[in-house]
Ligand binder design. Structure first.
Ligand code: HEC
Length: 709
């Protein structure tokens, strides 16, 4: 592999960036699969979301280190267009940063100055926001041979000219738009192909991952994760095997689920691609017509396939017959570890379900699995059978409500973990967040309404502040330094709230992490001691990265709040007052740039109109609200600050309430409920919101009185 020729991006219209040697006929980053596979040979670049194919998110740079990190300061910042869910890890090649923002915007920035080189807006229809569970974020680009690839929220895979952001081709990765597929994940380059999956299992889709020719966008292979039409022959031996593990055939109408919405990794030596799969549709196993012993392959599994053909190699199912939304889509990290005195090529994952898994990545053999967070659904994982010992008494909610830990937010979600080969530790953005799951046996299944198909009652939160407080208190975040060989915690940093950011390890004995309460922090990688922090004006969720240009090391992270937790669980989100401001933040030693003052928290809520409805109507409105609106505006009408808090409606907005719900703001991401809700139902929701606005006024008055001398 040659890495001697470094191409200068030909950006005639913009400032000159002399970062490499001579230009060739082509422009843009001449990254290819071999160069990513040898990422350690050029530690100044970060050429793929996880930096290297092992997805370790470890930077070998050490100019910034535990001794001098206290003098870290902002080098530059760049404001993104949409103040929702900033989830991308930037890619930096030869002095240019490529990153994405919410609604799949793509940005190319001068990595030294933050100057915008170009920007691309894929013009995702904003109404599409209603057909995805967890906000409109995007986790980043892939780059190869002068092209930048983005998976757009609406399911398109788009290739851009890296020099100017012009679209070269786009391909629709979704064969059936009557189903609610969406893309939030980052594509991965593997040889001459670009790989991408998608999400949508809450709405009733069939999961798959696709590989496209990176030059033409032509589909090369597709691996479905759950079986297809039971009336037709199975599409592949893998689907033949999977079909036998479903007890009924309702799955086909419902889609099945098992979406590949996040983690993909690649081992060039073994030529295997690894990916994680998600939950089933419905969440409720009984409602999806499956019996207790059905494994439902390949839900909640790690699957390995041949990188050239997509042919099945092995799988490991973490949660047979999943009914807790225990996706296995969380980071997959590859490492070579010494286990039991033998060097082993392993695959590491800390998925939602709370167990830390170590697998042999050549064969899929389970080497160990231990709890890294409280988990009540299973007591342990049997190493012989590879199966969890599920605790039905504690966790089977199909016949009655159960408080299950972890809940659907997981003990670890998409926020990427990292692994440092120097300390031998994995840095997990872990959390505790239980949920009360209860069956909804009357739920009518419909993949076409845009509503969730979970077979659960809405995950409502108590409205009474006194009842809510213990729930708030049970929610925690934790940065966990985990020894994957000994399977035990080495150190931890506790946070008041879940949903903290992804992690970056560096050779400077540092771990970087953003926090839900709006900070960017550096810890000593070996001891966990906090060494530095800076305000970020917004909750930080994304994975940080590091690069070097012109002899200077930089650390970058996207700040910007959003995703499932702040949308639905506003009342548990302590930083409802940290407004979502999406920005690229880039630091260097002695950096002197400043962050603009934070956007103000919302002013006092306006006086709501009088409540005219009776208690029955208000209760009906509450159920309709939690089922239809709570997923974005916050359960119990307490918003996490990403979309408007409906207790703050102005008199003008109250006056046009039905119009807004019937689609007046569809172009701005407020879905139309025309055809889904009747006028009297909208009125009941409106009355419930008026009631919650009055509750809020009372809470504020009580708080004020408590503060008075
Ligand atoms: C998919 C997410 C989503 C869902 C579900 C949703 N909304 Fe919205 N809603 C939004 C967004 C985003 C906005 C802000 C739009 C804008 O910028 O004008 C909004 C704005 C509004 C507004 C105007 C608020 C203001 O202060 O401007 C009202 C009223 C509203 N929504 C009511 C509802 C009701 C009632 C429901 C359920 C029937 C609902 N929404 C469901 C995303 C959602």
């Amino acid at each position: 592999m040659t890495i001697t020729v470094r191409i200068v991006p030909c950006l005639a219209a913009f400032a000159v960036m002399l970062v490499g040697a001579s230009a060739s006929g082509k422009g843009g980053p001449q990254v290819d699969s071999a160069r990513i596979a040898a990422a350690d040979a050029e530690p100044g670049n970060w050429m793929s979301s996880g930096r290297s194919y092992d997805e370790q998110r470890f930077s070998p740079l050490d100019k910034i280190n535990a001794e001098n990190v206290s003098s870290l300061g902002l080098a530059w910042t760049y404001k993104l267009d949409v103040d929702r869910a900033a989830e991308a890890t930037p890619v930096v090649v030869d002095g240019v940063m490529y990153t994405t923002g919410a609604f799949s915007f793509v940005y190319a920035l001068d990595a030294r100055s933050g100057k915008l080189l170009w920007k691309y807006d894929p013009k995702v229809p904003r109404a599409k926001a209603a057909n995805a569970c967890c906000d409109v974020g995007n986790r980043g680009v892939a780059v190869r041979k002068g092209k930048v690839y983005v998976g757009a929220f609406d399911g398109r895979l788009i290739a851009l000219d890296a020099r100017n952001g012009k679209k070269l081709w786009e391909t629709d990765t979704v064969p059936d738009h009557s189903r609610s597929y969406s893309i939030t994940g980052a594509p991965l380059i593997v040889k001459d192909k670009v790989l991408i999956g998608n999400g949508g299992a809450e709405y009733g889709v069939r999961g798959y991952i696709s590989a496209f020719d990176s030059e033409t966008g032509k589909l090369a292979w597709r691996f479905y994760t759950v079986p297809g039409d039971p009336k037709l022959p199975a599409e592949s031996p893998a689907m033949e095997m999977a079909r036998k593990t479903w007890s009924g055939d309702k799955y086909f109408a419902e889609g099945g689920g098992g979406t590949v919405w996040n983690a993909i990794a690649y081992d060039p030596q073994l030529n295997l691609v690894y990916f994680g799969t998600g939950n089933g549709v419905d969440w409720n196993r009984a409602a999806r017509g499956e019996n207790k012993d059905a494994a439902d392959l390949f839900l909640a599994s790690i699957v390995a396939v041949n990188a050239d053909t997509g042919a099945y190699a092995w799988h490991y199912q973490e949660v047979p017959g999943d009914m807790w939304d225990y996706d296995a889509d969380e980071s997959i990290v590859l490492a070579d570890l010494n286990i039991g005195g033998k060097p082993r090529k392993v695959l590491l994952q800390a998925p939602k379900n709370g167990f830390f898994y170590v697998l042999d990545r050549a064969t899929g053999e389970l080497l160990s699995a231990e709890k890294f967070a409280p988990a009540t659904w299973a007591s342990k994982v049997d190493l012989k059978t590879g199966k969890p010992q599920i605790d039905d008494a504690a966790s089977d909610w199909t016949s009655g409500p159960k408080l299950v830990m972890p809940g659907p937010l997981g003990a670890h979600n998409w926020q990427p973990m990292s692994y440092s080969p120097k300390t031998g530790l994995v840095y997990i953005p872990a959390q505790e967040a239980a949920a009360l799951l209860a069956p909804d046996n009357d739920a009518a299944f419909d993949t076409h309404t845009g509503a969730w198909n979970l077979g659960t009652q809405p995950l409502a939160l108590p409205e009474d502040p006194k009842q809510l407080q213990p729930v708030i208190d049970s929610y925690k975040g934790r940065l966990l330094a985990w020894d994957p060989v000994a399977q035990k915690q080495v150190w931890a940093q506790e946070y008041k709230t879940p949903w903290n950011g992804g992690t970056l390890g560096t050779a400077g004995n540092l771990v970087f992490q953003g926090t839900a309460d709006g900070r960017f922090v550096a810890y000593a990688a070996d001891s966990g001691k906090k060494l530095w922090e800076a305000p970020a004006n917004s909750g930080v969720m994304a994975g940080p990265m590091s690069y070097n240009v012109g002899g200077e090391q930089y650390v970058a992270v996207l700040a910007g709040w959003g995703g499932a937790f702040p949308l639905a669980y506003g009342s548990l989100s302590l930083n409802a007052k940290v407004r979502p401001e999406s920005r690229v933040l880039v630091y260097k030693l002695g950096g002197k740039a400043s962050l603009p003052p934070p956007k103000n928290a919302p002013a006092a809520p306006p006086e709501p109109p009088p409540l005219t409805a009776d208690a029955n109507t208000v209760n009906h409105g509450r159920d309709l609200y939690n089922g239809n609106c709570g997923v974005c505006h916050g359960l119990s009408a307490v918003s996490g600050g990403v979309v408007p808090d409906l207790r703050y409606l102005s008199p003008e907005k109250h006056a046009i309430f039905p119009g807004i719900v019937f689609g007046a703001r569809a172009s701005r991401g407020m879905p139309s409920f025309a055809g889904r809700l009747k006028p009297d139902e909208i009125e009941a929701i409106h009355q419930y919101l008026i009631k919650r606005a009055h509750d809020f006024q009372d809470e504020l008055k009580t708080a004020q009185m408590a503060r008075a001398p």
